[in-house]
Design a protein around this ligand. Structure first.
Ligand code: ATR
Length: 300
């Protein structure tokens, strides 16, 4: 019951409320984690991580902070002892200037989406890259595959780096030529302007733009006729879970990977980094699906 103080001797806990029938308890030793971005009100991370903490008995709480200047967010982590943070749009690149240390993979990608506070020393990682590779390799090995990525933003950079590091060849497809060519050069990948796309002679296509995301659920960046059986199609958009591209791909006989898979795997990496214990992956995935299927219940 929300608001009840349990009076166990020496470790009074305030029962903050219930989440999916699990109690959330806060005491003086509770570790605080946050997603920092702008906007963040749509984020599903608080529901997923609080469920994971509750499930594993970890004494942590996860909140969302809308942060306009990430330097201030980092300063707050230091002064308040916030133990870890997920970093999201638009701070994944600018945060690099404020950290004490950056993991070599995140440094090569040029973006950080995960921070851990080791007794005042802040280190950044990129779990998008690790999460994407895990989501793909659950379905197929990457080594020797020909992969194409649509988009050339931060998500494409992280996934492209991961794909190449696993021994796949890479082509980038992007709307703007300058941005696409720049990332293709950095990743040693081929480049195809989106407007000139005439066929998809690849093993796998990964969609990293926001096209198809709610509320524009009828949009897809790929003409249906280019989708052929044998192509594995992954979309990193997870709202809706089945995007127009994934529906078209299924109808064309392609195998598909939805955006939930990468999202939950990148979060699992964060959970393990922060808590040093295995993540409750199935519970995390289920809490995301519950949130997406029941938006009014979990989005306040
Ligand atoms: P993120 O860091 O989340 O990947 P981003 O850096 O803003 O986001 O990059 C978004 C990518 O999606 C870009 O490659 C963008 O293409 P442009 O370089 O042409 O801007 C692509 N994108 C966004 N909206 C798009 C649209 N409607 N059609 C095609 N590509 C789009």
């Amino acid at each position: 019951m929300p608001g009840v103080l349990s009076e166990g001797r020496g470790n009074a806990k305030y029962i903050l409320g219930t989440l999916n029938d699990e109690m959330i308890m806060i005491d003086a030793a509770t570790h605080v984690f946050a997603v920092m971005g702008n906007p963040v009100r749509h984020s599903l991370s608080p529901v997923m991580f609080n469920r994971a903490f509750s499930e594993t008995g970890y004494n942590g709480v996860y909140v969302a902070f809308q942060v306009s200047a990430i330097g201030d967010g980092v300063a707050a982590m230091r002064s308040l002892g916030i133990k870890g943070a997920s970093i999201t749009i638009p701070h994944k690149i600018s945060i690099l200037d404020f950290l004490d240390e950056v993991d070599s993979m995140a440094e090569s990608i040029g973006a950080v989406n995960t921070v851990i506070n080791h007794e005042g020393r802040l280190k950044g990682y990129n779990s998008d890259c690790l999460g994407a590779v895990k989501a793909i390799e659950e379905v197929t090995p990457l080594e020797g595959k020909q992969v194409a990525i649509i988009g050339s933003g931060g998500a494409a950079a992280a996934i492209g780096f991961g794909v190449k590091s696993r021994g796949a060849s890479l082509a980038l497809i992007n709307r703007s030529i300058s941005k696409g060519e720049k990332l293709a050069t950095a990743l040693k990948a081929d480049f195809i302007p989106l407007s000139e796309l005439q066929s998809l002679p690849f093993d796998m296509l990964i969609q990293t733009t926001s096209v198809g995301m709610t509320p524009h659920i009828h949009q897809s960046p790929v003409p249906t006729e280019l989708l052929t059986p044998g192509l594995l199609v992954m979309d990193i958009v997870y709202a809706p879970m089945k995007t127009r591209l994934l529906k078209d791909a299924e109808e064309a006989g392609c195998r598909t990977i939805n955006g939930l898979s990468m999202f939950v795997h990148q979060a699992a990496f964060q959970f393990e980094l922060w808590t040093q214990s295995p993540s409750p992956l199935a519970i995390m995935k289920q809490s995301l699906m519950d949130s997406l299927n029941n938006p009014s219940k979990n989005h306040t």
